[in-house]
Design a binder for this molecule. Structure first.
Ligand SMILES: NC(=O)c1ccc[n+]([C@@H]2O[C@H](COP(=O)([O-])OP(=O)(O)OC[C@H]3O[C@@H](n4cnc5c(N)ncnc54)[C@H](O)[C@@H]3O)[C@@H](O)[C@H]2O)c1
Ligand SMILES: O=C(O)[C@H](O)COP(=O)(O)O
Length: 527
């Protein structure tokens, strides 16, 4: 008999499948602290949660029988995925079940701030009949900017079209063809900020999306813009938003999520008449809760019964002989992927992975998963080696593997080429005896770089004095250069410079670098 612990008020209708299963015993609990959960978790084979329960390493360490953690929802930021992977616990989520609920809340929020419904309600029930203050705006003919055109963003776009809105969308995985099919104008973040009347975010919270809307973005927005966040707290800089309201740029904002949840009683959103808030209710509809609970229950049963499953967000088992041969390359592969994923802009259409030398004799599929994970992790939430290939495929990214038994220069070489509509970039790496992981080629330039820490990848025209200018600029801004590599093919031609720095350069420093006329591209990477 398998024992399943269901937390966080997950829908009873949704988990009926578990109640009906002859080999499963279900316990439901709510609001347990970490210690209370630790005291009872040892007897359970499966744990089901929403976002309220934080599934920590301590909890997993106290759960020797735990085979699966099921998240009845999308975001798995409340589950320690690394600890689960290390302990062989499968983590599954339910990515589709609450899409419509969250999309509809986004629309409810958009309409509420267009017409000041919560503010008008408050006055009316308070006994005031105020028909002058609340003159709203129509959605028709307004420009809606959507940052993050995945499941929820795509559904929001569809509904916005029905309201007669003009829709602009930004997503690193959105191609022009797909945008056209959806009736959405593919745009940059800056374009959206400059032109939109309403801006809504539907990305996960990642290093790249944290504060993707902050002071510089507010500064270029149209006066009177309205902002909605029903995705994750932190995508929009809360402090900068309050400033933008105070300076008259933003006319209204609607937030379902906060940088810290629940927010402190003195949080500036809670007494600002131009900001409306809800307590993370995006997925809270009867239908969504039933959907996600059904999806998760089905998957939990598959995993407990050792049957195939589809929504795992962490690691599958790899045969021991393959693992032994490939394990030393997993970290290098992921770093190479992260290097190119952060070096290139625009929707990736093809990933070409080439293995040469001894690696050509092994089934390199698990290593390819690490590489693809490294590429996608910059843009997507919850990417891991289980779902990396699936995510690439679902975004029409073609993954091509090539092998060659001989390697001209190294015993083993992993090369990776990323293609977008406008660009193609290459990086290659190897394991050097005595030196460990090295990046040995970037585009056409031979280099020798340890793939870790903060990197600045600069393309420039080869002219005297440029290295000095970059060094001085960084030094003046207290960014210490640890190592520097310069690569060029011909004197006076195109060249690259790769710097490792002791701390990341700020956005302002990057902007200053971009203004140096000899530099053609500046990318900051974190490996
Ligand atoms: N408020 C709620 O209760 C609630 C409910 C469901 C989902 N969510 C959150 O909403 C978000 C979106 O959910 P989804 O189901 O649409 O996920 P999704 O994975 O289908 O879509 C996310 C999209 O964001 C894009 N993206 C990643 N980085 C980006 C960047 N830097 N700029 C622009 N786009 C970027 C991805 O390419 C992807 O297409 C998730 O963070 C999820 O946790 C919140
Ligand atoms: O990531 C999600 O699915 C949403 O944030 C919903 O979270 P919830 O299940 O706690 O409502």
């Amino acid at each position: 008999m398998f024992k399943v612990l269901v937390m966080d008020g997950i829908s009873d209708m949704g988990i009926q499948l578990l109640y009906d299963a002859p080999d499963v015993e279900v316990d439901k609990k709510n609001g347990l602290s970490e210690d209370e959960l630790i005291a009872i978790i040892a007897e359970y084979d499966a744990l089901l949660v929403r976002s309220a329960t934080k599934v920590t390493e301590r909890i997993m360490a106290a759960a020797p029988k735990l085979k699966v953690v099921g998240r009845a929802g999308v975001g798995v930021d409340n589950i320690n995925l690394e600890a689960a992977t290390n302990r062989g616990i499968v983590v599954i989520n339910a990515p589709d079940g609450n899409t419509i609920a969250t999309c509809e809340l986004t629309f409810a929020m958009m309409m509420s701030i267009a017409r000041s419904i919560p503010q008008a309600y408050k006055k009316t029930v308070g006994g005031e009949w105020d028909r002058k203050t609340f003159v709203g705006v129509e959605l028709r003919s307004k420009v809606l900017g959507i940052l993050g055109m995945g499941r929820i963003g795509g559904e929001v776009a569809k509904r916005a079209k029905a309201f007669g809105m003009e829709v602009m969308g930004y997503d690193p995985f959105l191609t022009e063809e797909r945008a056209e099919q959806m009736g959405v104008k593919l745009s940059s973040v800056n374009d959206i900020c400059a032109k939109a009347d309403f801006i809504t975010v539907h990305t996960p919270l990642t290093n790249e999306t944290r504060h993707m809307i902050s002071r510089p973005q507010f500064e270029i927005m149209k006066k009177g813009v309205r902002i909605i966040n029903c995705a994750r707290g932190g995508i929009i800089d809360e402090r900068a938003l309050v400033e933008a309201i105070d300076t008259g740029i933003v006319a209204g904002a609607a937030f379902d999520v906060f940088e810290q949840e629940p927010p402190q009683a003195d949080h500036p959103f809670l007494n600002n008449p131009k900001i409306i808030v809800t307590p993370h209710l995006g997925a809270s509809t009867v239908e969504a809760q039933e959907n996600v609970a059904i999806d998760v229950s089905e998957e939990v049963l598959h995993i407990l019964r050792n049957e195939p499953f589809k929504n795992a967000v962490n690691m599958p088992p790899v045969p021991a002989n393959v693992l032994n041969a490939l394990q030393p390359y997993f970290n290098l592969g992921e770093k190479l992927g992260a290097f190119l994923g952060q070096s290139i802009e625009g929707a990736v259409s093809e990933i070409v992975v080439s293995f040469s030398g001894d690696l050509a004799d092994v089934d390199t599929t698990p290593l390819t998963r690490y590489i693809v994970k490294g590429i996608l992790a910059n843009q997507l939430e919850g990417v891991n080696i289980v779902n990396a290939m699936h995510l690439a495929k679902s975004r029409n990214v073609n993954v091509v593997t090539q092998k060659s038994a001989s390697s001209k220069t190294f015993t083993n070489l992993v090369s990776l080429t990323l293609k977008t509509k406008n660009e193609q970039r290459l990086v290659a790496g190897t394991l050097l005896a005595g030196y460990g992981e090295r990046i040995v080629q970037i585009d056409q330039y031979p280099v020798d770089i340890a793939p870790s820490g903060n990197l600045l990848l600069i393309s420039h025209n080869d002219k005297p004095g440029i290295i000095g200018k970059v060094g001085t600029l960084l030094g003046n801004n207290d960014v210490n250069i640890a190592t520097m590599q310069v690569g060029r093919k011909v004197v006076g031609g195109q060249a690259i410079m790769v710097l490792t720095t002791d701390k990341p350069a700020s956005k302002e420093v990057l902007q200053q670098l971009e203004q140096l006329p000899e530099l053609t591209q500046v990318r900051e990477l974190s490996l």
